[in-house]
Design a protein around this ligand. Structure first.
Ligand SMILES: Nc1ncnc2c1ncn2[C@@H]1O[C@H](COP(=O)(O)OP(=O)(O)OP(=O)(O)O)[C@@H](O)[C@H]1O
Ligand SMILES: [Mg+2]
Length: 326
């Protein structure tokens, strides 16, 4: 559904990707991992079209829908949280908004003279709303908000009065309601309490679309994903399985690396273990390095320096991971 082919990207003086390749297939649930500042958000932004790669290509299957949740929720005000969530679901939200306006008008004594017209229009709009399955959508929006910890009052109150953390939950509920073909979730677990986190985990487990997600909550991620893509040394390495299954596959020395059809590196992972109480993002120890296509590097000195720095950072992380698993 989504392919990154030999993508290179520099932001400011920092080279984030060097001819990196990966693919997201239908129904896959992928955990995107990498240290702070590795380029996870940048990768989401490139896939969602908010940024373009300097070189290489990000290609999406024709007609697929993408829902992107980021930490940057933007402005929200002037309507209820439910209306804001339903807005993500497309035309039905416009109809829902008119329905609410008409309901308010019907209760307004100043509009008694116009009541016949209002009631006639209400009938039409209500019919449209039913045709678009609006009542079910309203119920689903409320279900998502309740799952993420909203009370009825908060759902129906002005979204603009909510704190940043609650607005973040509204933005997340909006993507969940949208049920796109691909969800891109950048730190969805931030700002969530344990109960909401459990609800979100169940939702994502049952979600039939594809998922690319990054989260500092290792255990949460681990229970949802079936693949890992690691950003390391400006490269993307793909591992099958989640962190737990990668632990068991570490016992199988026959696992080998190969290049996928997209040119991405497919590795059998060796996962560094750490305390089960740890809720940090995983650290990975790839067993394989780039295949032929990806092993090409720019000869530019700044790139070389950057890649070298990346590699040394990576070694440090692995050393730390080894220490923590000892
Ligand atoms: N618009 C920008 N201008 C300059 N530098 C930027 C810009 N956007 C991102 N960066 C830098 O690019 C690097 C990668 O940023 P990005 O947000 O993609 O990393 P990340 O992996 O998501 O990090 P985190 O784990 O902290 O969320 C960081 O060093 C960041 O400071
Ligand atoms: Mg980020």
């Amino acid at each position: 559904m989504i392919r990154l082919d030999n993508v290179s990207k520099q932001v400011g003086h920092q080279i984030l990707f060097i001819e990196a390749s990966a693919a997201l297939q239908k129904g896959e649930k992928i955990g995107l991992v990498g240290p702070n500042g590795a380029g996870k958000t940048t990768l989401f932004r490139m896939i969602s079209g908010r940024e373009t790669p300097d070189e290489g290509q990000v290609s999406l299957d024709r007609g697929i829908s993408i829902g992107y949740f980021s930490q940057d929720v933007g402005e929200m005000s002037g309507r209820s949280a439910v209306a804001e969530v339903m807005d993500g679901a497309g035309p039905v939200s416009v109809v829902a908004a008119e329905l609410r306006e008409l309901e308010a008008a019907m209760a307004d004594p100043d509009k008694a003279d116009e009541m016949d017209d209002i009631i006639a229009r209400y009938g039409e709009v209500q019919h449209q709303f039913e045709e678009l399955d609006g009542y079910a959508l309203d119920g689903r929006a409320r279900e998502a908000l309740a799952g993420l910890g909203f009370s009825q009052e908060m759902m129906d109150g002005d979204v603009g009065k909510l704190s940043g953390g609650w607005k973040m939950r509204v933005a997340l509920a909006r993507i969940l309601l949208m049920r796109p073909d691909v969800m891109l979730l950048d730190e969805p677990s931030n700002h969530l309490d344990l109960e909401s986190l459990i609800w979100l985990e169940q939702f994502l487990k049952g979600y039939e679309g594809a998922l690319l997600m990054t989260s500092h909550d290792r255990e949460f991620t681990n229970r949802i994903i079936n693949k890992v893509v690691e950003i390391d040394a400006g490269q993307l390495t793909t591992y099958s399985g989640n962190y737990e299954s990668t632990n068991s596959s570490a016992r199988s020395p026959t696992s080998s690396s190969r290049l996928s059809s997209s040119g991405s590196r497919q590795c059998s992972p060796r996962r560094s273990s750490s305390s089960s109480a740890s809720r940090r993002a995983p650290r990975t120890q790839p067993r394989c390095r780039a295949g032929s296509r990806n092993s090409t590097r720019s000869s530019g000195s700044s790139r070389r320096g950057d890649a070298k720095r990346w590699r040394s950072n990576s070694s440090r992380r692995r050393a730390r991971a080894r220490t923590s698993s000892a």
